[in-house]
Design a protein around this ligand. Structure first.
Ligand SMILES: O=C(O)[C@@H](CO)OP(=O)(O)O
Length: 229
């Protein structure tokens, strides 16, 4: 049996302000730091250790990972950072307040933008400062890989190749893996691992800063999953 630990970053400043975040690189809130430390303590108490870590290029996930690894005295393990694990790119919604956006466009529309896997949020243009092509950390990406907007299906389409090429080989080698990522990149991964329908993934909400354990068989089929609290 193989175990993989998934953790959504601790609460961010924009989670706190209820703003669409996506690829905006906002920091953890004070509460987010506390949540990450607590996650590390829980993993330690339950005897977890890791051989390799995977995270995004966004500081809220990276910092959460580091705080967890520090608690475990595991800051030395190899750490792989990739844009493939970034939050879903929220297009022109990034930065807007979710409640104000619901007042303007209607709660139904905002719910679809947030949770319908087929619904694409309004796109940014390439001239928009939020366009990732202007950010050094994405300089290796081809133009076609730089999103203007993403729905959950688009996120699945970039998370899965990374899962297959980088994370699965580590699991096959029986390495203990931790992934520190985001609400929607983890939903994308779980949609695949758990074979969820669109209706099921719409209802899936992942809390910030709580380790989520997936137990997998040798063929990487899910046996069960549970939160460590
Ligand atoms: O704003 C975001 O990037 C995400 C995660 O915080 O929000 P939502 O839950 O609406 O997908």
């Amino acid at each position: 049996m193989k175990k993989i630990v998934l953790i959504r970053h601790g609460e961010s400043l924009w989670n706190q302000e209820n703003r669409f975040t996506g690829w905006t690189d906002v920091d953890l809130s004070e509460n987010g730091y506390i949540q990450a430390k607590k996650a590390g303590e829980i993993l330690k108490k339950n005897g977890y250790n890791f051989d390799v870590a995977f995270t995004s290029l966004l500081k809220r996930a990276i910092k959460t990972l580091h705080i967890v690894l520090e608690e475990l005295d595991h800051l030395w393990i190899p750490e792989n950072k990739s844009w493939h694990l970034n939050e879903r790119f929220y297009g022109a919604l990034q930065g807007l307040n979710k409640l104000e956006t619901a007042d303007k466009y209607g709660a139904d529309q905002v719910y679809k933008w947030r949770r319908d896997p087929d619904e694409e949020p309004p796109a940014v243009t390439k001239e928009d400062p939020r366009y990732p092509g202007n950010d050094l950390r994405y300089q290796e990406l081809k133009e076609a890989e730089l999103p203007l907007s993403e729905n959950l299906n688009d996120t699945v389409a970039r998370v899965l190749p990374y899962w297959q090429s980088e994370i699965v080989p580590a699991l096959v080698e029986n390495k203990h893996v931790i992934i520190s990522a985001h609400g929607n990149s983890l939903r994308a991964l779980i949609k695949y691992i758990d074979n969820l329908t669109n209706e099921e993934v719409i209802a899936l909400e992942i809390p910030t800063g709580i380790p989520l354990v997936y137990e997998l068989d040798d063929d990487l089929n899910k046996i069960r999953h549970y939160y460590l609290k």
